[in-house]
Design a protein around this ligand. Structure first.
Ligand SMILES: [Zn+2]
Length: 305
């Protein structure tokens, strides 16, 4: 048996093993009154214990999605002017997504966070202030504060209370700039770290139509994956209704992720995998640190989410 056949068999055994070991029933997608809607195809449980990392742009494994299955994620909000129309668009198509919140935005807009929860979305965490120099550019204590204060602010906005472990133990690093210490901290807290498999590059200015074309081309090429967008970007908010229609037309299916205690269905990176975000960060971090030393805003050189 050659290597690819061996790994296929091992993969199938792993897949059946996961289903056989499934300890809890998965929640069903929410009922949808519109039969023409894109809808949420299925709900996938993600077990955050043991320092799970996900997303091929940064980590050598991702969620085991089927052909044309995607998970929609939105970062940096909530910001009412853009988050509201995105929530309207998702609601119209009965689509559930995951929002990685910036704590200070959550604290300023708790009504938007509560709406996200009421409409069945997953509310996850993306630091307290999203510092330009990323958490990698901060002292270890400051980086820890960014994580912990962000989780507290998000949970206060969402649920009116916080606890030692977040209600939704999902975190994404600003700029994907993790460190060993912050990864260890999140693993210790049993929080899963999300990168992404596909992104829209919506941090670059472009028309909603150009944004749509770029993203659909990338999705057709990748065929599946965890997709990163930003609910703070007007071009993204403007694109969402057409984007959801295009997904339906092209046969894409929406998978909604929720925290769970059962096994997580994962798939390894292909042979020869390398971290794309680490290659970018190696180039960008020295410029960010120099800009900070000069006291200048680092934002103009920030080419990553
Ligand atoms: Zn971000």
């Amino acid at each position: 048996m050659n290597i690819s056949k061996t790994s296929l068999v091992i993969g199938l055994i792993g897949l059946f093993g996961l289903h056989a070991a499934q300890a809890e029933p998965l929640p069903s997608p929410l009922p949808c009154p519109n039969p023409q809607a894109l809808g949420t195809s299925r709900v996938m449980s993600v077990n955050a214990a043991n320092g799970l990392t996900i997303g091929l742009k940064t980590y050598p494994q991702t969620l085991a999605l089927g052909d044309h299955e995607i998970v929609l994620t939105f970062d940096d909000g909530p910001l009412p002017a853009t988050t509201r129309p995105i929530l309207d668009g998702l609601k119209a198509q009965c689509v559930q997504a995951t929002f990685f919140l910036v704590g200070r935005n959550a604290a300023a807009n708790p009504q938007m966070v509560k709406r996200e929860i009421n409409e069945g979305h997953t509310v996850a965490h993306h630091s307290m202030t999203h510092p330009d120099i990323t958490l990698r550019g901060l002292s270890p204590n400051a980086a820890r504060d960014e994580i912990e204060n962000g989780i507290k602010a998000d949970d206060m906005a969402a649920y009116g209370q916080t606890s030692a472990t977040p209600r939704v133990p999902f975190f994404r690093f600003p700029g994907f700039a993790d460190t060993k210490a912050t990864l260890d901290l999140l693993a210790q807290k049993q929080v899963a770290v999300f990168g992404a498999d596909v992104w829209a590059s919506d941090w670059n200015n472009m028309t909603p139509q150009a944004q749509l074309t770029l993203l659909m081309n990338r999705l057709e090429a990748a065929g599946r994956g965890v997709v990163l967008l930003h609910d703070t970007r007007p071009q993204t908010a403007a694109m969402v209704p057409d984007f959801l229609r295009a997904l339906k037309a092209k046969g894409f299916k929406i998978v909604h992720i929720v925290p769970g205690s059962g096994p997580t269905a994962l798939t390894p990176a292909p042979a020869g995998w390398q971290s794309e975000t680490e290659a970018s960060l190696k180039k960008i971090m020295p410029r960010l640190m120099k800009a900070q030393q000069r006291g200048a805003s680092a934002a103009p050189v920030m080419q990553i989410p």
